[in-house]
Ligand binder design. Structure first.
Ligand code: SAM
Length: 248
């Protein structure tokens, strides 16, 4: 059942809907590189949903003062809720019976208080058919929206102005995991963190740059030796820079 669902997923296009009050922020970043290529093919469909267009207020207001006082504004629950419904959210997501694949859509809220994004989370999100990402702003979103989301994801222990840049980060890292997006699967699997190690160093022409030489083995044409060198370098770097990864 698990492999069947994943096979079916591989044939389907992944849908990512991003709910934001600043839709124009996505125009530039999503018009370039892998995300743009994947959305032009049959691998990915991205929807940018303007939460403001679901505001019933005549001035299209989406935020209000916090109950209990204090500084800053909070994103109101109603426009966000209706924006979520517009992309098919009806409640929390659930697993397809007996599989590791989620019934769509799966909703995440980008939040500094969420689980810190890592490769395990990314690999799981990349199996989804439909991911909905909520971007907060100001002091955040009304807490009652938590009743309709499946998880909160942070991109690190610092606070950004809004969830738009975190949503771009999440989209980028999930999309590059989708089958067919990065041509050479090996290049993803050799990347830092995929197998719990950092990547080995990379070089290109010229073989000598201002007196700095490329390691001899890389010019040897001996693929077995090159592979062994890369493995050794990846391990050495990880030990030197991120010993915590080796402990895991
Ligand atoms: N008052 C909130 C707190 O301290 O937890 C921070 C609000 S922040 C100024 C506004 C929005 O930016 C958040 O609702 C969230 O969507 C986004 N955001 C900020 N930092 C983030 C992070 N490290 N990871 C993910 N999203 C973040």
């Amino acid at each position: 059942m698990i492999s069947l669902s994943i096979t079916v997923r591989a044939l389907l296009c992944m849908k990512i809907d991003i709910l934001t009050i600043f839709p124009r922020m996505f125009e530039g970043p999503f018009a370039e590189s892998l995300i743009s290529k994947a959305s032009r093919g049959k691998i990915l469909k991205i929807g940018i949903v303007d939460i403001r267009s679901f505001s019933k207020d005549k001035h299209k207001k989406v935020d209000d003062r916090p109950f209990g006082g204090g500084v800053g504004m909070v994103i109101k629950p109603e426009p966000l809720y209706y924006a979520m419904r517009s992309v098919g959210v009806r409640g929390k997501s659930s697993f397809y019976k007996g599989s590791s694949v989620y019934r769509r859509p799966y909703v995440v809220y980008m939040s500094p208080q969420g689980k810190t994004l890592d490769n395990e989370i990314i690999k799981n999100l990349a199996k989804l058919e439909h991911l909905v990402i909520i971007c907060g702003h100001y002091e955040g979103i009304d807490e009652r929206i938590v009743n309709y989301i499946d998880g909160e994801i942070s991109i690190g222990d610092y606070v950004l102005t809004g969830g738009e840049i975190p949503a771009m980060v999440l989209t980028d890292v999930v999309v590059r995991m989708l089958p067919g997006v990065v041509k050479e699967r090996d290049s993803i699997e050799n990347d830092s963190f995929y197998k719990g190690l950092l990547d080995c160093p990379h070089y290109t022409r010229p073989a000598v740059f201002r007196g700095h030489k490329v390691p001899e083995v890389l010019l040897s044409g001996n693929h077995k030796k090159i592979y062994e060198w890369c493995e050794k370098e990846a391990y050495r770097r990880t030990k030197e820079r991120r010993p915590d990864l080796l402990k895991k």
